[in-house]
Design a protein around this ligand. Sequence first.
Ligand code: NAI
Length: 251
Amino acid sequence: MINTRTAIVTGAARGIGAAVAQRLAADGLAVAVLDLDETACSDTVDKVRAQGVNAIAVGADVSDEAQVAAAVDRVRSELGAPVVLVNNAGILRDNLLFKMSVADWAAVMQVHLQGAFLMSRAVQSDMVTAGYGRIVNMSSSAALGNRGQANYSAAKAGLQGFTKTLAIELGRFGITVNAIGPGFIRTDMTAATAARMGMDFADLIAAGEKAIPVGRVGEPEDVAHAASFLISEGAGFISGQVLYVSGGPQG
Ligand code: NAI
């Protein structure tokens, strides 16, 4: 297809990233489905291709400089220069402060913050050359503070500062940079949170349904819808913003 824009979605083997990849495909973008394990991306790649656009699976650790460079090179040669990037890859290493190890602090910073930095730096020249670009960073309502998540909360708040700075630096090249702050979204990550808390996932969801103003927890497609909007051409005057997708006003 001529003039198809190329997007990279990190952490797209499952969960929110997989939904974003499918939604961007439905919007007509070719999608590089990037995750730690290339084979784990095949389900998402099949669903993206089913929308009639081109897709490739890319195995890479977003926190590793050399792997990021190789991954972006592959995308350039196999799909075309990327002009859309969704920094979605993420991990949890939850613990109360007094039990949090340096390794768990560092791992979360590496994936969320260094990962978003390395990926954004690697694609910015493609976007500058194109005179057009869209970067969306997956923050979280946890940026506002969340018990047991000092590392994750700091990383997600850090991503918001990163977003605003890139918006200032890159705006003149036709590039917008925004963040999405999902609240409680039903994925493997929140299922793992329930397990850590010693709760059934169904009970955690029921508690969420009571607490969230719209009366339900979020689905990956809710986040994908917001990503689709921020990535759309018409959103070119929105930059440096954080859009909470949380079913209410509380981040
Ligand atoms: P998930 O755990 O289901 O999926 C995360 C994906 O990222 C996995 O496929 C994983 O393999 C990949 N990944 C992890 N480390 C990576 C690395 N170093 N390099 C490449 N890929 C890597 O998580 P979920 O729920 O889909 O979350 C996606 C993003 O949304 C994360 O950044 C998360 O922090 C954020 N988020 C999720 C919320 C939720 O309620 N599920 C709420 C707020 C934010």
